[in-house]
Design a protein around this ligand. Structure first.
Ligand code: FE2
Length: 249
């Protein structure tokens, strides 16, 4: 049996033999046999490492190819494998990663660390681009929302950079959407994130910056501030805008 990871947005209307499905994201697990797909066939499902949407060298000189290769293959790959091992045979097998994270206080440290690591890196790769830019285009909704909720782009950038700089040890800086649709900046330790029920401030992350040393040490050594500054050259604001609109629905 071949297992494949699909989205909560999967259109599950009528699956029959060899019927194609459409999807928008990689968060819902279902099981596919050679010619039949069914939402009820969830046993034995696994999360999969998503393909990078660019080459390892594409983000240089801001993030170097060797760092990308190790970060993606070794770190993200290990979180993915360990998450699958941690949920195998439990009631979490077959559940979406969003559900797992939203109930994380009930689960083991292994699920928390590796589930967070799996989701966070999926998001991180998706909001980076070799064609990125510091600011979103003015006509994007995320641009208008940043100005509305922070006063200016510079104020957002200041808050985000501060969150990334001051997060002690390993963790993440986030731009998220709260339950009322408002943007906020936060940071989290380790592989935690704002989706988790243990988060100080909960919301849907739409932009994240990995400030673990494994994300920058080869090129920047102890200079996290330089890595944070470089990040603003490779942000895929079109993708952030898409996540913003989805989170507001
Ligand atoms: Fe990382």
């Amino acid at each position: 049996m071949k297992t494949i990871l699909f989205s909560t947005a999967i259109i599950l209307s009528f699956f029959s033999k060899a019927q194609l499905i459409s999807y928008t994201h990689y968060s819902k697990q279902i099981t596919m046999t050679t010619n039949t797909i069914s939402q009820t066939q969830v046993q034995g499902t696994m999360f999969e490492l998503p393909k990078l949407p660019y080459s390892y060298s594409a983000l240089a000189p801001y993030i170097d190819a060797r760092t990308m290769e190790i970060h993606y293959e070794k770190h993200h790959g290990t979180y993915t494998n360990n998450l699958n091992a941690a949920i195998k045979g439990t009631e979490l097998e077959g559940k979406s990663i969003e559900y797992i994270l939203s109930t994380i206080s009930k689960h083991s440290a292994a699920v928390r660390n590796n589930g967070g690591g799996y989701y966070n890196h999926n998001l991180f790769w998706s909001i980076l681009s070799p064609n990125g830019s510091e600011k979103p285009a003015e006509n994007l909704e995320i641009s208008k929302a940043i100005i509305k909720d922070f006063g200016s782009f510079d104020e957002f950038k200041s808050q985000f950079s501060q969150a990334a700089t001051t997060r002690f040890g390993s963790g993440w800086a986030w731009l998220s959407v709260d339950a009322s649709g408002k943007l906020f900046v936060s940071s989290s330790p380790n592989q935690d994130n704002p989706l988790m029920d243990v988060a100080e401030k909960k919301g849907t992350p739409i932009l994240g910056l990995d400030v673990w040393e494994h994300a920058y040490y080869l090129n920047y050594q102890n200079r996290r501030v330089d890595y944070i500054a470089a990040f603003y050259n490779i942000i895929n604001w079109n993708e952030v805008n898409k996540k913003y609109l989805e989170a507001k629905k």
